[in-house]
Design a protein around this ligand. Sequence first.
Ligand code: ADP
Ligand code: ASP
Ligand code: MG
Length: 437
Amino acid sequence: MKVLKFGGTSVGSAARMKDVAKLICDGEQKIVVLSAMSGTTNSLVEISDYLYKNNRAGALERINALEQKYFDVIDELYSTAEYKAEGKQVLKSHFEYLRSFSKAVFTLFEEKAILAEGELLSTTIFQLYLKEKGENSALLPALDYMRIDKNAEPDTNYIAENLALQLEAQPDKTIYITQGFICRNIYGEIDNLQRGGSDYSASLVGAAVLADEIQIWTDIDGMHNNDPRIVEGTKPVPVLHFEEAAELAYFGAKILHPTCILPAKLNNIPVRLLNTMEPKAAGTLISTQINRGKIEAVAAKDGITAIKIKSGRMLLAHGFLRKVFEIFESYQTSIDMVTTSEVGVSVSIDNAKRLDEIVNDLKKFGTVTVDKDMVIICVVGDMPYENVGFQARVVNALKDIPVRMVSYGGSNYNISFLINATDKKRALNALSESLFN
Ligand code: ADP
Ligand code: ASP
Ligand code: MG
């Protein structure tokens, strides 16, 4: 069985939903994971913002505007009066639920329940459309099988067992529709897999059913060799190794959620990135196949802070790095890059929420310097150290750009640079020019 995931743009209007239906209705049994319609999760975040600020009128205004948008979708999507009426009934219950929050206290718990409405709406509306078309389909409620544990990590055994139960309960369906992004946490509360997490849902579902293939359908023809929002003339990469794709996703290639490759890799399930607007395009195949010695792509991760700890006592002082890393651990802050010298260590973090406390504690061990607004530029490909010359090519491309940190050797697949955010565009363009043109 295949698992197909369609992102927000792919289900962003009635017309797009009809295209998706055409793509998936081929008689083959499959699980289809849907995101919320594009813009919906952002609207729900905004509605929550108003409710946090106790501005109920503001929230209601946004809820009503969103509801109107959905009424228009329903009107265009269904052709019979019967289904239009049923669609309206669906919207009524979801939007009444949203409006009910404007009367009560508002916490993170309520916010997560509100955010889940995007995927609950898109899947319900879409499955009703399949029903109107006479397709043999069913809904698999993600809130009944997708669960995270106390560390907010997916509980893979629970997911596999409960998804299997749901499939066994209705074995004769051709198309199973389910929600991306949403899940329950260890307390049974509604939670989610973080923004962009529908990709992660798809690979968790794929791993749970040991799918033949996981397809991520989006608005571009595969993983491009650089960020198409910043560099002109980027090209799709036909083949990537799991490790290469994971590095690109983690280091900023927005087409994939940072952690979504792992479940597929662990179960050796190929992932194909495909374009809903251009279904015939080859896209990108992510598997164990690799192009030996080839630099495949470049990505950038924003919002990075660099921290340097200089200590006269680092030389010969075993245990220094442990003490430094323990401080980051105690503030639940993960480190992306590390570089060391005889007199100090530099690390980069992407979550600066606890920065002041971290810096305060680090001062016990040395002089601390902080650089904010930095970007990690990550060059990805098959680059074992015996393969002489690739560092020179990459470094040469960045010869005019101030580089704060360089990291290579953590894997054969990545060489990373930390630069100022203001140099990001120049660096990405220079790398494309020298590596791919
Ligand atoms: P979806 O809503 O389908 O999940 P996303 O917006 O999350 O889609 O991801 C697709 C977008 O990712 C593309 O439209 C593109 O602008 C952006 N993107 C960033 N880097 C890359 C890259 N290296 N290759 C392809 N797309 C990329
Ligand atoms: N709807 C969620 C978001 O916008 C999840 C996703 O689209 O992947 O972040
Ligand atoms: Mg996405």
